[in-house]
Every structure is written in C-alpha cells, then in structure tokens.
Design a protein. Structure first.
Length: 150
C-alpha cells in the first residue's frame, strides 16, 4: 500500500510540475523566419499561425469576427488561449488579444483571429500559406500583424 501511494504521489507531482509550463508555453506567440516567407508568427512550440481573409479584423474598438466554421475548423483549428497570450521576442504584446469563439478564447493578433493548418506536421512547416479554401485566402501572419508575402 505504501509503495502504491508513493507512485501516485510522484505521478501527481510530475503532472503538477509539467502542466503550467506546457500550458503557458502553448499560448506564447513567437516569431520564426523562413527563406520563403520571411518572419511569421508561431505558437510557443514553433507551429505556424495563419490569418483567414474571410474573417473580420477587429479594429477601432470593433471585435474580430470569426467566419471559419464546420469543416473549415477541422482543417484550420483555432489557436485558443490557455490563460493570457504572451508575446515572445519580436512579437508585439500590444497587438495580442482574444475573441470569444465556441466557449473558448481564440487568440488574435492585430485584430486577426489565429489558426493552425492541419497539414503542418510541426515547427517550421508552412504548408497553409497562400492557400484559397472556404471562400478566401489563408496566409502566415507577420510580426507587424499583416499577411506574409511570398
């Protein structure tokens, strides 16, 4: 019995230690650079973030509007906040925000809701850049908060 209690205590401690760090890192917004697209935003794990031109950019006191729904969200999962989003090096904290979406808080940058692309397998993947799907174009987003050019 003591042996099992010790194992449970160790597992519980590891879960408590690991959870906050990984949750906070996941909501960091950082900047990466590629030779093809220049500087673009990523999450804390280095996964590329995209804007959707069909969305309404939040600006001038107006809240961002998310137009991606249904099958669109399956291919372009939202970047949801786990706590307050934090700006990493070269990202502008003043451009970070959130918008309510399906009971969660979706991260915005310069008013644009941010998404992942399901075909990006990890850090450095940018397969979703300059794709037209679901009625509009998808682009990587720059640290200035604009669509990345080719």
């Amino acid at each position: 019995m003591d042996h099992h209690q010790s194992i449970y205590a160790v597992v519980a401690a590891l879960l408590l230690i690991g959870s906050p760090a990984s949750g906070q890192d996941a909501t960091d917004v950082k900047v990466a650079e590629s030779t093809d697209h220049g500087r673009y935003l990523t999450d804390g794990d280095g996964r590329a973030l995209y804007l959707f031109e069909s969305d309404t950019q939040g600006q001038g006191g107006a809240e961002a509007q998310v137009s991606c729904s249904g099958e669109c969200l399956a291919r372009w999962p939202p970047f949801y906040a786990e706590g307050e989003p934090q700006a990493g090096e070269m990202a502008d904290a003043a451009k970070l925000g959130t918008v309510a979406h399906q009971g969660q808080m979706m991260v915005t940058y310069n008013g644009w809701p941010l998404y992942y692309f399901v075909e990006d397998s990890g850090p450095g993947e940018t397969k979703g850049h300059d794709i037209e799907e679901f009625g509009a174009e998808w682009y990587l987003i720059t640290p200035e908060g604009e669509k990345a050019e080719d």
